[in-house]
Design a binder for this molecule. Sequence first.
Ligand code: GKR
Ligand code: MG
Length: 434
Amino acid sequence: MRIRDLRVHSIAMADPPLRSSYGLHQPYALRNVIEIQSEDGIIGISETYGGDEPAKALEAIREKLIGACPYRLTGDLAKMVEGDASGLDRSQTHNVPGENPLDADARTYSAIETACLDLIGKSVGLPVCDLIGGRIRDKVPFSAYPFYKHTGGGGEDEDIRKDEYGEALSPEGIVSQVQKMRDKYNFNSIKFKGGVLEPSLEIETIRQLRRSLGRSVPLRIDPNCAWSVETSVLVGEDLAEELSEGGYLEDPCVGLDGMSEVRRRLLSKGIETPLASNVAVTSFGDIPEAVRLDAVQVVLCDHHYWGGMRQVQQLARVCKTFGIGLSMHSNSHLGVSLMAMAHVASATPHLTYACDTHYPWQSEVDEIVDGGRVPIVDGCVSVTEKPGLGVVLDYDQLERGKERFNKCSYRKRDDEAEMRKHIDPNWTRRLPRW
Ligand code: GKR
Ligand code: MG
């Protein structure tokens, strides 16, 4: 089988005004959707980071892809996945996710790998999870992902969307947001995005979540490096009970040295809350130091920037070897990405936490998967026997996504600029803020 065509579609989807230490989400989140077509007309698809740069990077390898064999991708594009373990700083701490130039190749490769696996799966009649080693779970658990949020449902002008969840700028607001999300999807664990309000209010938010949900629902908090080491230790102490039993403290502060210090100080007080990261460890090159410093006890994988699904499986093996847990990171996405995340999670034995997903923040109006939104039932996405990723594109919806992209002014994610536009004209991302 040979690849005959590559098509890259830049799309935009409405996104509500969610807050994080990066700033404020724009009214549209951007994605690139890839189609790889074989000589015999079978189409493999994938979804990746949006905007102009990722699209250009994909176009740049067109020549290498056309005529190549999708089964031999790693061989043909080996350099893109080798990464650089030579000590270069690969931390994403100061980059908006998806914008780190150092993992640009890994992101491009991942998008191509996923589409090739979908293509192979569709040509041989097997689901992707069963091509990459075989499923060990049919249902993949995901977490609710509450954010502090301003009023609004995203979109612009005549495309302004309904505000499904309303404003949430207080502990009570987050509790009611989580209740709504749980009513709809029945999530069994919570990943809460912090780094926005005073730490004391975020501590109170977690406490109220615990009171409303009980001990059986694990809680995690991720302030995206907004805290100093000192503040991270204080929060870790205050939330020692709430973040135990399946919870974790994710990227409380900047970098491996800081995380290591937080860990050491918490352990000295008998607090074993694991520290998780999706910014201090983003490549295999980061792992030796993370292990040496005992800085990270849970890595959040993400096939979109770790260089694909098989890299994630290898990461899982490495994590298991070092006694590190594995969870999964997410960025705003649609159903093609959700299914790719579910497939790799399904075939990764050492996945020790429910995965993150932004999916509840997007709506039916923007979904590009034929048949509409991928169901999340009892907090889980099912991986069926359908070939490939188990989904195909709805081309009318894809067209609408492209029209939205062409109409809007956004070409890359810039939460800082959005924050200055709507909330505070002088706002910049400061790490640490508290
Ligand atoms: O969507 O604002 C967001 C998140 O903060 C996202 O950008 C992060 O990459 O969810 C992510 C995380 O876990 O750090
Ligand atoms: Mg994170």
